[in-house]
Design a protein around this ligand. Structure first.
Ligand code: STX
Length: 315
Protein backbone atom coordinates (compact mmCIF):
# COMPACT_ATOMS: atom_id res chain seq x y z
CA UNK A 1 0.00 0.00 0.00
CA UNK A 2 1.18 3.47 -0.86
CA UNK A 3 1.39 5.90 2.02
CA UNK A 4 1.74 9.69 2.19
CA UNK A 5 4.94 11.37 0.97
CA UNK A 6 6.98 12.98 3.79
CA UNK A 7 5.75 16.33 5.18
CA UNK A 8 7.02 19.37 3.25
CA UNK A 9 6.82 23.14 3.64
CA UNK A 10 5.64 25.51 0.89
CA UNK A 11 8.31 27.31 -1.15
CA UNK A 12 5.85 30.14 -1.81
CA UNK A 13 2.70 31.50 -0.18
CA UNK A 14 0.53 34.43 -1.13
CA UNK A 15 -2.79 36.23 -1.09
CA UNK A 16 -4.84 36.88 -4.19
CA UNK A 17 -7.54 39.55 -4.09
CA UNK A 18 -10.40 37.98 -6.04
CA UNK A 19 -13.16 40.56 -5.44
CA UNK A 20 -13.83 43.81 -3.60
CA UNK A 21 -14.68 41.70 -0.58
CA UNK A 22 -12.63 38.49 -0.76
CA UNK A 23 -8.94 37.61 -0.66
CA UNK A 24 -7.83 34.00 -0.94
CA UNK A 25 -4.75 32.43 0.59
CA UNK A 26 -2.67 30.05 -1.54
CA UNK A 27 0.56 28.09 -1.27
CA UNK A 28 2.92 26.24 -3.60
CA UNK A 29 5.06 23.28 -2.60
CA UNK A 30 7.07 20.51 -4.21
CA UNK A 31 9.05 21.25 -7.37
CA UNK A 32 8.61 24.74 -8.93
CA UNK A 33 9.46 23.14 -12.31
CA UNK A 34 7.17 20.16 -11.75
CA UNK A 35 3.83 19.32 -13.27
CA UNK A 36 1.19 21.66 -11.85
CA UNK A 37 -1.72 20.32 -9.80
CA UNK A 38 -4.46 22.31 -8.08
CA UNK A 39 -5.83 20.73 -4.89
CA UNK A 40 -9.49 21.57 -4.20
CA UNK A 41 -10.48 21.06 -0.57
CA UNK A 42 -13.82 19.87 0.77
CA UNK A 43 -16.77 21.31 2.61
CA UNK A 44 -17.27 23.85 1.09
CA UNK A 45 -15.69 25.66 4.00
CA UNK A 46 -13.25 22.91 5.04
CA UNK A 47 -10.03 24.87 4.51
CA UNK A 48 -6.60 23.41 3.88
CA UNK A 49 -4.22 21.15 5.80
CA UNK A 50 -0.45 20.53 5.45
CA UNK A 51 -1.22 16.84 4.91
CA UNK A 52 -2.78 17.63 1.52
CA UNK A 53 0.73 18.30 0.13
CA UNK A 54 1.66 14.72 0.88
CA UNK A 55 -0.54 13.12 -1.79
CA UNK A 56 1.98 14.15 -4.47
CA UNK A 57 5.58 13.20 -5.20
CA UNK A 58 7.36 16.51 -4.36
CA UNK A 59 10.06 15.86 -7.01
CA UNK A 60 7.45 15.55 -9.75
CA UNK A 61 4.73 18.01 -8.82
CA UNK A 62 4.25 21.73 -8.40
CA UNK A 63 1.51 21.49 -5.77
CA UNK A 64 -0.88 24.44 -5.57
CA UNK A 65 -3.34 24.52 -2.67
CA UNK A 66 -5.68 27.37 -1.78
CA UNK A 67 -8.26 28.09 0.90
CA UNK A 68 -11.61 28.80 -0.76
CA UNK A 69 -13.54 32.00 0.03
CA UNK A 70 -14.33 32.43 3.71
CA UNK A 71 -12.17 29.66 5.12
CA UNK A 72 -8.78 29.13 6.71
CA UNK A 73 -6.52 32.11 6.06
CA UNK A 74 -8.76 33.51 3.31
CA UNK A 75 -10.63 36.65 4.33
CA UNK A 76 -13.20 37.69 5.45
CA UNK A 77 -13.66 34.59 7.60
CA UNK A 78 -16.90 32.57 7.20
CA UNK A 79 -18.28 35.24 4.83
CA UNK A 80 -21.31 34.12 2.79
CA UNK A 81 -21.72 37.14 0.54
CA UNK A 82 -20.21 36.75 -2.95
CA UNK A 83 -19.59 33.13 -2.11
CA UNK A 84 -20.96 30.77 -4.78
CA UNK A 85 -19.69 27.83 -6.84
CA UNK A 86 -19.17 30.16 -9.79
CA UNK A 87 -17.19 32.65 -7.71
CA UNK A 88 -14.88 29.78 -6.70
CA UNK A 89 -14.61 28.58 -10.31
CA UNK A 90 -13.51 32.06 -11.32
CA UNK A 91 -11.04 32.24 -8.38
CA UNK A 92 -9.38 29.01 -9.54
CA UNK A 93 -8.99 30.42 -13.03
CA UNK A 94 -7.58 33.71 -11.64
CA UNK A 95 -5.11 31.78 -9.53
CA UNK A 96 -3.98 29.73 -12.53
CA UNK A 97 -3.33 32.90 -14.51
CA UNK A 98 -1.68 34.62 -11.55
CA UNK A 99 0.76 31.70 -11.23
CA UNK A 100 1.44 31.60 -14.98
CA UNK A 101 0.28 28.04 -15.30
CA UNK A 102 -0.88 26.90 -18.71
CA UNK A 103 -2.85 23.79 -17.72
CA UNK A 104 -3.02 21.82 -14.52
CA UNK A 105 -4.25 18.55 -13.11
CA UNK A 106 -7.31 19.07 -10.89
CA UNK A 107 -7.46 17.01 -7.69
CA UNK A 108 -10.47 17.08 -5.36
CA UNK A 109 -12.52 14.96 -2.99
CA UNK A 110 -16.06 15.34 -1.73
CA UNK A 111 -17.03 19.00 -2.27
CA UNK A 112 -13.60 19.24 -3.94
CA UNK A 113 -14.92 16.78 -6.54
CA UNK A 114 -18.04 18.91 -7.07
CA UNK A 115 -15.90 21.98 -7.58
CA UNK A 116 -13.46 20.06 -9.80
CA UNK A 117 -16.34 19.04 -12.08
CA UNK A 118 -17.79 22.57 -12.15
CA UNK A 119 -14.37 24.11 -12.85
CA UNK A 120 -13.22 21.63 -15.49
CA UNK A 121 -16.58 21.77 -17.30
CA UNK A 122 -16.32 25.57 -17.40
CA UNK A 123 -12.62 25.70 -18.34
CA UNK A 124 -11.73 22.36 -19.96
CA UNK A 125 -8.79 23.92 -21.80
CA UNK A 126 -7.14 24.80 -18.48
CA UNK A 127 -7.15 21.16 -17.35
CA UNK A 128 -4.82 18.23 -17.99
CA UNK A 129 -6.81 15.63 -16.11
CA UNK A 130 -8.90 14.98 -13.01
CA UNK A 131 -8.35 12.91 -9.90
CA UNK A 132 -11.60 12.75 -7.95
CA UNK A 133 -12.61 11.08 -4.69
CA UNK A 134 -15.84 10.58 -2.70
CA UNK A 135 -17.99 12.00 -5.47
CA UNK A 136 -20.52 14.64 -4.51
CA UNK A 137 -22.76 16.30 -7.13
CA UNK A 138 -24.83 18.30 -4.67
CA UNK A 139 -28.21 17.03 -5.88
CA UNK A 140 -31.23 17.28 -3.57
CA UNK A 141 -31.16 13.49 -3.08
CA UNK A 142 -27.58 13.67 -1.78
CA UNK A 143 -28.29 16.56 0.60
CA UNK A 144 -31.49 14.88 1.82
CA UNK A 145 -29.66 11.62 2.49
CA UNK A 146 -27.04 13.19 4.73
CA UNK A 147 -28.87 16.06 6.43
CA UNK A 148 -32.49 14.87 6.64
CA UNK A 149 -32.97 11.11 6.44
CA UNK A 150 -30.81 8.20 5.35
CA UNK A 151 -27.43 8.44 7.04
CA UNK A 152 -29.54 8.86 10.21
CA UNK A 153 -30.38 5.14 9.97
CA UNK A 154 -26.72 4.11 9.98
CA UNK A 155 -25.55 6.49 12.71
CA UNK A 156 -28.60 7.02 14.99
CA UNK A 157 -26.28 7.76 17.91
CA UNK A 158 -24.40 10.56 16.13
CA UNK A 159 -27.69 11.74 14.58
CA UNK A 160 -29.17 12.29 18.03
CA UNK A 161 -26.32 14.70 18.81
CA UNK A 162 -26.64 16.43 15.41
CA UNK A 163 -30.31 17.32 15.84
CA UNK A 164 -29.99 18.44 19.48
CA UNK A 165 -29.88 22.20 18.76
CA UNK A 166 -33.10 21.97 16.71
CA UNK A 167 -36.48 21.74 18.52
CA UNK A 168 -38.68 18.80 17.42
CA UNK A 169 -41.19 21.12 15.70
CA UNK A 170 -38.48 22.26 13.25
CA UNK A 171 -36.96 18.87 12.46
CA UNK A 172 -39.04 18.35 9.33
CA UNK A 173 -36.61 20.67 7.48
CA UNK A 174 -33.26 20.44 9.20
CA UNK A 175 -31.38 22.34 6.50
CA UNK A 176 -33.56 25.44 6.97
CA UNK A 177 -33.51 25.07 10.74
CA UNK A 178 -29.70 24.96 10.76
CA UNK A 179 -29.42 27.79 8.23
CA UNK A 180 -31.50 30.04 10.49
CA UNK A 181 -29.22 29.36 13.45
CA UNK A 182 -25.94 29.44 11.53
CA UNK A 183 -26.82 32.91 10.26
CA UNK A 184 -28.16 34.14 13.63
CA UNK A 185 -26.94 37.45 15.13
CA UNK A 186 -26.35 35.55 18.36
CA UNK A 187 -22.81 34.10 18.41
CA UNK A 188 -23.76 31.47 20.97
CA UNK A 189 -26.61 30.13 18.83
CA UNK A 190 -24.35 30.12 15.77
CA UNK A 191 -21.61 28.22 17.53
CA UNK A 192 -23.88 25.58 19.05
CA UNK A 193 -25.40 24.85 15.63
CA UNK A 194 -21.99 24.92 13.91
CA UNK A 195 -20.52 22.41 16.34
CA UNK A 196 -23.44 19.98 16.00
CA UNK A 197 -23.35 20.25 12.20
CA UNK A 198 -19.58 19.72 11.94
CA UNK A 199 -19.33 16.91 14.47
CA UNK A 200 -22.07 15.03 12.58
CA UNK A 201 -19.86 14.97 9.52
CA UNK A 202 -16.76 14.02 11.51
CA UNK A 203 -18.67 11.17 13.15
CA UNK A 204 -19.70 9.64 9.84
CA UNK A 205 -16.65 10.21 7.62
CA UNK A 206 -14.65 7.07 8.26
CA UNK A 207 -15.42 3.38 8.17
CA UNK A 208 -13.83 3.23 11.63
CA UNK A 209 -14.81 6.51 13.36
CA UNK A 210 -12.03 8.55 14.95
CA UNK A 211 -12.42 10.49 18.17
CA UNK A 212 -9.64 12.86 17.05
CA UNK A 213 -11.56 14.08 14.01
CA UNK A 214 -14.67 14.70 16.14
CA UNK A 215 -12.62 16.89 18.47
CA UNK A 216 -10.96 18.82 15.64
CA UNK A 217 -14.21 19.36 13.66
CA UNK A 218 -15.85 20.64 16.87
CA UNK A 219 -13.26 23.43 17.36
CA UNK A 220 -14.99 26.81 17.11
CA UNK A 221 -12.44 28.22 14.62
CA UNK A 222 -13.10 25.35 12.22
CA UNK A 223 -16.78 24.65 12.80
CA UNK A 224 -18.13 28.11 12.20
CA UNK A 225 -16.77 28.52 8.65
CA UNK A 226 -17.35 24.87 7.75
CA UNK A 227 -20.99 24.72 8.89
CA UNK A 228 -22.00 28.18 7.73
CA UNK A 229 -20.47 27.85 4.27
CA UNK A 230 -21.68 24.27 3.73
CA UNK A 231 -25.23 25.10 4.79
CA UNK A 232 -25.25 28.26 2.63
CA UNK A 233 -24.22 26.24 -0.44
CA UNK A 234 -26.70 23.48 0.30
CA UNK A 235 -29.76 25.69 0.83
CA UNK A 236 -28.82 27.27 -2.50
CA UNK A 237 -28.50 23.82 -4.19
CA UNK A 238 -24.88 24.52 -5.00
CA UNK A 239 -25.90 27.43 -7.24
CA UNK A 240 -26.27 24.85 -10.02
CA UNK A 241 -28.48 25.65 -12.99
CA UNK A 242 -30.19 22.26 -12.75
CA UNK A 243 -29.81 19.32 -10.42
CA UNK A 244 -28.05 17.20 -13.03
CA UNK A 245 -25.83 19.95 -14.39
CA UNK A 246 -22.56 18.23 -13.49
CA UNK A 247 -23.67 14.94 -15.06
CA UNK A 248 -25.12 16.61 -18.15
CA UNK A 249 -21.86 18.45 -18.84
CA UNK A 250 -19.53 15.44 -18.70
CA UNK A 251 -19.32 15.83 -22.48
CA UNK A 252 -17.02 18.82 -21.94
CA UNK A 253 -14.40 16.82 -20.02
CA UNK A 254 -14.79 13.37 -21.50
CA UNK A 255 -11.50 13.70 -23.42
CA UNK A 256 -9.47 14.35 -20.25
CA UNK A 257 -7.79 11.54 -18.31
CA UNK A 258 -9.86 10.90 -15.18
CA UNK A 259 -9.79 8.73 -12.08
CA UNK A 260 -12.70 8.33 -9.67
CA UNK A 261 -11.77 6.91 -6.25
CA UNK A 262 -14.71 5.89 -4.07
CA UNK A 263 -15.01 4.19 -0.67
CA UNK A 264 -17.66 1.45 -0.71
CA UNK A 265 -18.90 2.46 2.76
CA UNK A 266 -18.96 6.20 2.19
CA UNK A 267 -21.95 7.39 4.24
CA UNK A 268 -21.40 11.13 3.59
CA UNK A 269 -21.36 10.79 -0.20
CA UNK A 270 -22.73 7.30 -0.93
CA UNK A 271 -21.28 5.39 -3.85
CA UNK A 272 -24.40 5.75 -6.01
CA UNK A 273 -23.22 9.22 -7.01
CA UNK A 274 -19.77 8.04 -8.11
CA UNK A 275 -21.47 5.13 -9.88
CA UNK A 276 -23.80 7.44 -11.80
CA UNK A 277 -20.90 9.67 -12.77
CA UNK A 278 -18.99 6.68 -14.07
CA UNK A 279 -22.03 5.41 -16.00
CA UNK A 280 -21.92 8.67 -17.95
CA UNK A 281 -18.13 9.11 -17.96
CA UNK A 282 -17.17 5.54 -18.84
CA UNK A 283 -13.70 6.60 -20.03
CA UNK A 284 -12.70 7.57 -16.50
CA UNK A 285 -11.07 4.92 -14.36
CA UNK A 286 -13.32 3.84 -11.49
CA UNK A 287 -11.58 2.58 -8.35
CA UNK A 288 -13.76 1.27 -5.52
CA UNK A 289 -12.09 0.84 -2.15
CA UNK A 290 -13.68 -2.17 -0.47
CA UNK A 291 -12.83 -1.14 3.09
CA UNK A 292 -13.18 2.64 3.26
CA UNK A 293 -15.70 5.36 3.94
CA UNK A 294 -15.52 9.01 2.91
CA UNK A 295 -12.29 10.32 4.39
CA UNK A 296 -9.19 11.27 2.40
CA UNK A 297 -7.05 9.81 5.17
CA UNK A 298 -8.30 6.22 5.20
CA UNK A 299 -5.56 3.76 4.15
CA UNK A 300 -7.19 2.38 0.97
CA UNK A 301 -8.17 5.85 -0.22
CA UNK A 302 -4.66 7.21 0.35
CA UNK A 303 -3.20 4.30 -1.55
CA UNK A 304 -5.50 4.78 -4.56
CA UNK A 305 -5.06 8.57 -4.67
CA UNK A 306 -1.26 8.36 -4.48
CA UNK A 307 -1.16 5.66 -7.16
CA UNK A 308 -3.27 7.94 -9.33
CA UNK A 309 -1.09 11.02 -8.77
CA UNK A 310 2.08 8.97 -9.42
CA UNK A 311 0.58 7.74 -12.67
CA UNK A 312 -0.57 11.22 -13.71
CA UNK A 313 2.93 12.60 -13.03
CA UNK A 314 4.18 10.43 -15.87
CA UNK A 315 1.53 11.56 -18.40
N1 STX B 1 -19.40 17.78 2.67
C1 STX B 1 -18.42 16.84 2.38
C2 STX B 1 -17.07 17.45 2.23
O1 STX B 1 -16.76 18.04 1.23
C3 STX B 1 -20.77 17.34 2.49
C4 STX B 1 -16.15 17.36 3.35
N2 STX B 1 -16.32 16.63 4.39
N3 STX B 1 -15.27 16.86 5.22
C5 STX B 1 -14.46 17.69 4.64
O2 STX B 1 -14.99 18.02 3.46
C6 STX B 1 -13.14 18.20 5.19
C7 STX B 1 -12.29 17.04 5.62
C8 STX B 1 -12.41 19.03 4.18
C9 STX B 1 -13.41 19.06 6.39
Amino acid sequence: MKDLYPPIEPYNQGKLKVSELHTVHYEESGNPQGKPVIFLHGGPGGGIAPMYRQYFDPQQWRIVIFAQRGCGQSTPYAELRENTTWDLVSDIEKLRQHLNIDRWVVFGGSWGSTLALAYSQTHPDSCKGLILRGIFMLRPSEIGWFYQEGASNIYPDAWQEYIKPIPPAERGDLLSAFYKRLTSEDAQIRLEAARAWSVWEASTSKLIPSQASKVSFGRAEFAEAFARIECHYFVNKGFLKSENQLLDNVERIRHLPGVIVQGRYDVVCPMITAWELHQVWTEAEFVVIADAGHSVSEPGIKDALIRASDRFAAL
